[in-house]
Ligand binder design. Structure first.
Ligand code: SAM
Ligand code: DTB
Ligand code: SF4
Length: 339
């Protein structure tokens, strides 16, 4: 049966109490509500798949407490230079041959230099020529850098809020929450699609999780893509050994993200290789409709592609073709004095 999308009701005025009461719903009621909304916006039996590649690994000056790539933590990771254009295109072709429709390139930078951007732009153009959607995550951007990326044909920029503003300082001290919001504004205001989400299981409270969702859902335009990562614990990072999250809490957060941001893709991101098939299936039922697909994330392993294909087949989920245009380019309500 062909899928007909309804006009979404989008709100950007969620209160923390409203979100907490959504999260407090009986599990069945929460999933039912998320499913109802999901089915007004998406074919429930299709999943969007993106493949990740770390184009520049390690030696990052930031101190993000979860990250294998911070130079401030002794994680044993070997830093690598920026990959060559040919290395990137070879990986993109392989991802395309496996069925991925979007290729996401990540760099361990606080922010790119203009010279870095010249090189990444060649990669974006090369991947675009393979008829894949492009996404990059390069750290903080100026308005002028965001504009250059847009002009180069980039589709998505990933920049996660990662957690609540209240908990942020316990995880990262080398940048502020406001700096994250500023980059998101630059990205939105040049008409790039935004990919922004966070990480669960870092020792944050339920209230922090609600507060992070509130930040995402109350942005001037909902991110087109919302990655929900489960912390991948890395030896040598400050967050190694933190108590693991109840899988039902993960499912609840996915469901709440779906309810708050009905038209956004919700991506079940890092941490899938530690989840059971049943947990992943519950997340898809709760409204997750995108995953990272391919054997590796940035520095850690992802689910094997054949395990993923088998799971999707068991659930009757088909890969989505290149996503149709869903939204008008980012509503730009400038709050910055200059960009
Ligand atoms: N350096 C850029 C930045 O931080 O924006 C881009 C790359 S960074 C690795 C991209 C995102 O990966 C982070 O914002 C975080 O959400 C996620 N991430 C990094 N390490 C992770 C981990 N160990 N577990 C889960 N997510 C992680
Ligand atoms: C996102 O939200 N998660 C991805 C991507 N965006 C860049 C990164 C996950 C990294 C997991 C840990 C690692 O492989 O180093
Ligand atoms: Fe650097 Fe990004 Fe890792 Fe933070 S998350 S240490 S900014 S690579």
């Amino acid at each position: 049966m062909p899928f007909h999308r309804q006009t979404p009701i989008l709100r950007q005025d969620w209160s923390l109490e409203e979100i907490e009461s959504i999260l407090d719903l009986p599990f069945g009621d929460l999933l039912f509500r998320a499913q109802q909304i999901h089915r007004t916006q998406f074919d429930p039996n299709r999943i969007q798949v993106s493949t990740l590649l770390s184009i520049k690994t390690g030696a990052c000056p930031e101190d993000c407490g979860y990250c294998a790539q911070s130079a401030k933590h002794d994680t044993g990771l070997k830093p690598e230079r920026l990959l060559s254009l040919e290395e990137v295109l070879e990986a993109a072709r392989a991802a395309r041959d496996q069925g991925a429709t979007r290729f996401c390139m990540g760099a361990a930078w606080r922010n790119p230099t203009d010279r870095n951007l010249d090189q990444v732009i060649e990669m974006i153009q090369g991947v675009h020529a393979l008829e894949m959607e492009t996404c990059v995550t390069l750290g903080m951007l100026t308005g002028a850098q965001a504009r250059r990326l847009k002009e180069a044909g980039l589709d998505y920029y990933n920049h996660n809020l990662d957690t609540s503003p209240e908990f942020y300082g316990q995880v990262i001290t080398t940048r502020t929450y406001q700096e994250r919001l500023d980059t998101l504004e630059h990205v939105r205001c040049v008409g790039l699609k935004t990919c922004s989400g966070g990480i669960l299981g870092m020792g944050e409270s339920r209230r922090d999780r609600a507060s992070m969702l509130r930040q995402l859902a109350n942005l001037p335009a909902h991110p087109e893509s919302v990655p929900i990562n489960l912390l991948v614990q890395i030896e040598g990072t400050p967050l190694e050994g933190v108590a693991s999250l109840d899988p039902f809490e993960l499912v609840r957060i996915v469901a709440a993200a779906r309810i708050l941001m009905p038209a956004s893709y919700v991506r079940l991101s890092a941490g899938r290789s530690e989840m059971s098939d049943e947990t992943q299936a519950l997340c898809f039922l709760a409204g997750a409709n995108s995953v990272f697909y391919g054997e590796r994330l940035l520095t850690t392993s992802n689910n094997a592609s054949d395990r993923d294909r088998a799971l999707f087949a068991r659930l009757g989920l088909a890969f989505e073709e290149v996503a149709p245009e869903r939204t008008e380019p980012g509503a730009c309500h400038k709050t910055l004095a200059h960009s």
